[in-house]
Design a protein around this ligand. Structure first.
Ligand code: GLN
Ligand code: ZN
Length: 760
């Protein structure tokens, strides 16, 4: 038996079966039995895939109807008051999605992934109570099927660290209430079998921990590991190094430690300690965060290096994290270029890689059977063609990157803004929108038909132009000042650009769970990036030709394009982003040469790329700011550059935002009054700011009065000359019936405020 280990597996299903079953159940189109049958079939199928691939440590309780953090909250009895009258699925899905009486629990990003978890709500009055039903029954189900699983649970320190307290207090103060429930859980688990492995996920250990959390590690794992003599505990971390925690964990009676050697090379420093404490090492060496084929020989070398420290018999070969974060199987990618496909590996393929690596590492080449030898040869060949393929390596691009001389635009902000105000003649509190207007069924349909070849280019273009005409007419009628074309030609702000850039690939079935039943299909960057031709100029200039007012051009920035894609792993991220920046830079130039005077370069996902460790933040900020500036370096002084970011917390990063040097930034502060804007005043932020004056994430139509109040709040913080007035994000998910009155009210509110200011 090869000693290998899979941290966790995707549950949404290779054809997104769980998504479909959930949505049908929520819409009352099918009953609970149908939902449970789908779930059970999926669990069994996924166990079977892993078993057939030759995986030794397979998980139970990695399945979830919605989210594992939510499951853990239910297991611990951490149910917010407003749901306590409910039971079963109704309780569970109400917590996740809300119901008529109660709002849903909050959801937020899981570390630096695009997966979102439900944030548990804890209260000091609550007494917690174990509910181990799901965990127990899933274990039994697997066992009945013939697989003895390890049981995955989220660890107490991560659970507390990611929860929030309803009274605003410190969640770790509730440690003494929560830990006993974990002990009870382990006591229940202990009854299941003679010997049983429990994987306790503690990804919080990869962050910079304060002394309070560090001081809890030893008592926690002394207690948990001493709870039952027949339980082996593996504490698993991922996405970064967990050096500080490892130092403590080796002095507790746990059985094993899981470390990510791909995203946390510093974990190498923990090997000596692991060796002397005789712990088992779960070595994360097959990437669970990316879609590239593993380089088997390289990985075996990595393991050989590890085994210079840790005895081979104490090593398990593992995925770097749960395979939840990669798509399911390459099998359904029937349209993809064969060469590109040969470089990729999704979840099921990664199982085979883990099995092959472990066999090779533990038993040598001679142990491989005929199929395994072929697989190894294919792996070597694919990795070697990838190193030299023309599809990837573009000398022109590389030369251009090497010879960049102009890193930023000309002119200091103070000088530029004067020229711009002179030329563009916009008023204080200028009104605009973030770019997109409602994506109607008609334009979605037209795009789809055009893509499928059922609609010719001319008819397609006409439909889009008709939509643009309507957008322009509406914006003029309602009195907006800086207009947009509405983005009807884009189904997604990254995919639209990716499709037109060389070096970008798209999958047919590369779905990855984002939250609940929602999945995303990130595009992937496989090669050097270039822009064969202008991407947006025709649409934007057409829109400009329809109005005397200023039409704002709309682009997505390099950092966001990067952060929302799977990125090639044979080049540093900062180099890839530089290549994208050059493409955007050319587009900016084409737009301004075509007469476009304001260009917005969206960096919606700028913050998502932030490293988990403080010490690595500066390096990220350095290249992210550099490449944003590079992407607009072609802009003349009089071309006004806007950017937009989809969040509101700028306290930590305000200096970085200022350093990006955009003339105007629009942000998402609508839900926080003027609280979050204060940081801009506090640091003496120079550039102009468009704080969203209403929340577009809800169908609610804001009244004129309410927007007037909001604008006045903003004016308490920043002078009118520095403020723009806009909604807090793009309008593509809203309906026209909501957008029209909302924007009309917004413009009206600005008129009222301007009047008051002028008569003062
Ligand atoms: N320009 C884009 C839009 O309006 C920005 C979207 C975003 O910030 N997520 O849709
Ligand atoms: Zn936004």
């Amino acid at each position: 038996m090869s000693k290998n280990y899979v941290t966790g597996f995707a549950r949404i299903g290779e054809q997104r079966e769980l998504k479909k079953a959930l949505e049908s159940y929520w819409a009352n189109k099918s009953d609970v039995n149908a939902l449970e049958k789908t779930a059970n079939d999926l669990k069994i199928r996924h166990w079977e895939y892993q078993k057939n691939a030759g995986i030794e440590y397979i998980s139970s309780n990695d399945f979830s109807f919605y989210d594992n953090m939510l499951d853990m909250a239910v297991t611990l009895g951490a149910v917010p008051k407003r749901f306590q009258n409910l039971t079963g699925h109704e309780l569970y899905f109400s917590m996740a999605r809300g119901n008529k009486e109660a709002v849903a629990m909050e959801m937020t990003k899981w570390f630096n992934t695009n997966y979102h978890y439900i944030v548990p709500e804890l209260s000091p009055e609550e007494s917690y109570k174990l509910n181990a039903k799901k965990i127990i029954s899933e274990y039994k189900q697997a066992k009945e099927y013939g697989i003895k699983t390890k049981i995955n649970i989220i660890g107490p320190l991560t659970f507390l660290g990611l929860s929030k307290r309803v009274d605003g207090g410190d969640t770790y103060e509730l440690y003494a209430k929560i830990l006993p429930i974990y002990v009870e859980l382990l006591q229940e688990i202990a009854k299941l079998d003679d010997e049983i492995t429990v994987q306790i996920d503690e990804p919080i250990f990869v962050k910079d921990l304060d002394t309070k959390v560090l001081s809890l590690i030893k008592p926690t794992y002394d207690t948990l590991a001493n709870t039952a003599s027949n339980i082996k505990i593996a504490v698993v971390t991922y996405f970064e190094n967990s050096c500080e925690a490892s130092k403590i964990l080796v002095h507790t009676p746990i059985w094993a430690l899981g470390l990510d050697f791909l995203h946390g090379v510093e974990n190498f420093d923990s090997l000596e300690l692991i060796a002397t404490s005789n712990k088992t090492l779960i070595a994360g060496v097959v990437d669970g965060r990316n879609i590239w084929k593993n380089d088997i020989e390289k990985t075996v070398n990595l393991l050989n290096k590890i085994s210079l420290h840790v005895n081979t018999k104490n090593i398990l070969v593992a995925s770097s994290c749960s395979l939840l974060h990669v798509p399911f199987s390459l099998q359904y990618e029937v349209k993809m270029d064969a060469e590109i496909k040969s470089w990729l590996s999704y979840g099921r393929e990664k199982l085979d890689e883990i099995a092959l690596v472990s066999k090779l590492f533990f038993h040598g080449k001679n142990s491989l059977n005929e199929n395994e030898i072929i697989a190894l040869e294919e792996n070597i060949a694919a990795n070697s063609t990838r190193k030299s393929s023309k599809l990837i390596h573009d000398e022109e691009v590389q030369k251009r990157v090497k010879n960049i001389t102009k890193l930023e635009r000309e002119g200091k902000y103070e000088q530029r803004i004067q020229i711009q105000k002179e030329k563009l003649q916009y008023l204080p509190l200028a009104t605009t929108t973030i770019g997109s207007f409602p994506q109607t069924a008609e334009i979605r349909h037209a795009r789809r038909e055009f893509k499928n070849g059922n609609l010719d280019e001319k008819s397609y273009t006409n439909e889009m132009k008709k939509y643009i005409d309507d957008c322009v007419t509406f914006q003029e009628e309602c009195g907006l000042e800086i207009l947009v074309h509405g983005e009807p030609e884009r189904n997604d702000m990254v995919e639209y650009f990716g499709e037109q850039l060389k070096g970008y690939g798209f999958s047919q079935n590369g779905w990855v769970q984002s939250y609940g039943s929602r999945c995303v299909k990130p595009p992937f960057i496989y090669g050097d990036i270039s822009r064969p031709k202008a991407m947006t100029v025709d649409w934007i200039t057409y829109a400009q030709s329809k109005t005397e007012k200023i039409m704002k051009g709309m682009l997505t920035g390099p950092v966001t394009i990067l952060n929302w894609s799977f990125v090639r792993d044979d080049m540093p991220r900062g180099e890839v982003s530089k290549q994208i920046a050059l493409g955007i830079c050319d587009e900016v130039d084409d737009l301004q040469n075509a007469g476009i005077q304001i260009i917005q370069v969206d960096e919606a996902a700028f913050k998502e790329g932030y490293p988990l460790r403080e010490a690595k933040i500066k390096a990220y900020e350095d290249w992210a700011v550099r490449d944003f500036k590079l992407s607009v370096s072609s802009a003349k002084k009089e071309t006004q550059i806007h950017t937009h970011m989809c969040y509101s917390e700028f306290n930590d990063i305000i200096a970085t935002i200022e350093a990006m040097d955009a003339d105007v930034i629009s942000i998402e502060t609508a839900r926080s009054g003027n609280e979050l804007l204060k940081i801009f005043a506090k640091v003496g932020y120079k550039q102009e700011v468009g704080p969203g004056v209403y929340d577009i994430h809800s169908p609610r139509i804001p009244s004129v009065e309410e927007i007037v109040t909001q604008i006045k709040l903003l004016l308490e913080v920043l002078p009118k000359e520095q403020l723009w007035i806009n909604p807090d994000c793009g309008l593509k998910t809203r309906k026209w019936e909501e957008v029209k009155p909302s924007l009309t009210n917004m413009v009206q509110a600005v008129r009222i405020v301007r009047n008051e200011l002028s008569t003062k």
